[in-house]
Design a protein around this ligand. Structure first.
Ligand code: PGA
Ligand code: ZN
Length: 416
């Protein structure tokens, strides 16, 4: 079976927010692959630049003029060489020339094409025979921040993690139940609730952070007793969006509260203990490794996860490891650009007992690749929303993966 690349195409498509994005298609002698890039609304400062100055059109031109001629004749399964080529053609550290999203689409389309040429599912191509662990889905059920407008909570995401689920299907069903139950409770407690949702399909009510937490905790408790296993609550504070560097404070606009770093730490600690949170993402802004360290040292049984803090970068994760900042890391391939970089960051995370969590972005395409990345690269949690076609595409792909793994399938081991 040959993985020799014969053709490379790039086109403009749209993501779930209706923004233009890039899709790349790679044809080999014996197969083909396709991948499209998502995009963020609350991006980290240290992320790869999504597109060159001329946007998606310029990115497409660069694939056609600079990347495709080099790729043709290479083997799609030489992932590292392909990713090195992308770095060489770009020539910057943060993909400012070709765009991190361009790199993402090419890198992933190559892997997809290689897997297809071997007639293998992508996760098996990436992870081999023993890649048979399904991730727990971390689902966004209520939110605000930069993903919604109006008087929604300042905290970006209120999440459910069905930690007790015996298999992926049961986990996905529990998340859907929690999402539905949250709506039913909101209809009773929020007189202004219209059923409106934010970018990731999470309900966007007019509630304060704590009232919203109470609703999600209640929904999780009720669903836990209905399904017979535990569903726990988490948060993505997305604190870089709240941080005002001039005032050196976190500004909770809708709540009318400001907190300095010390007050933020106390606030997060109180939420973790009061609501038994199992997961907190970006509780501090993206340069505050020190507060991450302090929080991590003070809690047990709760994942303290860096998204904007680490931006899927091996280098930034190394800083975190040295300081003891956090114990989990969000993995978004387009934050760093290539699959090889992503794999290195995941490996470093695992070697140092950081839980790698593969994640969608708020602006998603219907591409399901991250489902395969989670299983193939052995990430025990996937953060990918609960409803909406572009989120369900990933969930349904995991249902399919669980089915084709058959008796070999098992849930990942969660070390929290
Ligand atoms: P995004 O962020 O809007 O940058 O995708 C989602 C998140 O903060 O996890
Ligand atoms: Zn985040």
């Amino acid at each position: 079976m040959s993985t020799v690349i014969e053709d490379v195409k790039a086109r403009k498509i749209f993501n779930s927010r209706g923004e233009a994005t890039i899709e790349v298609e790679i044809t080999t002698a014996d197969g083909f692959g396709v991948a499209s890039a998502p995009s963020g609304a609350s991006k980290g400062k240290a992320e790869a630049i999504a597109y060159p100055p001329g946007g998606v059109d310029e990115a497409i031109r660069k694939v056609e003029e600079l990347i495709a001629p080099e790729l043709i004749g290479m083997n799609a399964d030489d992932q590292e060489e392909i990713d090195n080529l992308l770095r060489e053609v770009d020539g910057t550290k943060n993909f400012a020339n070709i765009g991190g999203n361009t790199a993402y689409a090419v890198s992933l389309a190559a892997a997809d094409a290689a897997a297809n040429s071997y007639n293998m599912p992508l996760f098996q191509y990436l992870g081999g025979y023993f890649a048979c662990q399904l991730p727990y889905p971390l689902g966004n059920v209520l939110g605000g921040g930069r993903h919604a407008l109006g008087k929604a909570p300042d905290i970006q995401e209120f999440l459910v993690l069905p930690v007790g689920a015996p298999n992926f299907m049961a986990a996905a069903e529990a998340n859907v139940r929690v999402h539905r139950k949250v709506r039913d409770i909101l209809a009773k407690v929020d007189p202004y609730f219209t059923g409106g949702k934010g970018d990731e399909g999470a309900w966007a009510p007019t509630l304060t952070n704590e009232k919203a937490l109470e609703v999600v905790v209640r929904a999780c408790e009720e669903v836990s007793s209905e399904v017979g296993f535990e569903c726990r609550v988490g948060l993505d504070v997305a604190s870089s969006s709240l941080w005002d560097p001039e005032k050196q404070r976190y500004i909770y606009v809708n709540e009318g509260v400001e907190r300095d770093s010390g007050e933020q730490l106390e606030y997060i600690l109180s939420l973790i203990s009061k609501y038994r949170l199992i997961y907190v993402e970006d509780p501090f802004h993206e340069e505050d490794f020190e507060s991450f360290r302090e929080l991590t040292s003070k809690v047990r049984g709760c994942l303290i996860c860096g998204d904007d803090l680490f931006v899927t970068s091996e280098e930034r994760l190394k800083v975190g490891i040295e300081k003891g900042a956090g114990n989990a890391i969000i993995i978004k391939v387009n934050q760093v650009g290539t699959l090889t970089d992503t794999w290195r960051t995941i490996r470093l995370a695992k070697e140092n007992n950081y839980v790698p969590i593969v994640s969608h972005r708020s602006g998603e395409t219907t591409s399901f690749h991250i489902a395969h990345i989670a299983v193939g690269l052995g990430c025990p949690i996937i953060k990918t929303g609960v409803v909406g076609g572009e989120r369900i595409a990933k969930i349904n792909e995991l249902i399919y993966i669980e089915e084709i793994l058959g008796e070999k399938a098992k849930m990942a081991r969660l070390k929290i």
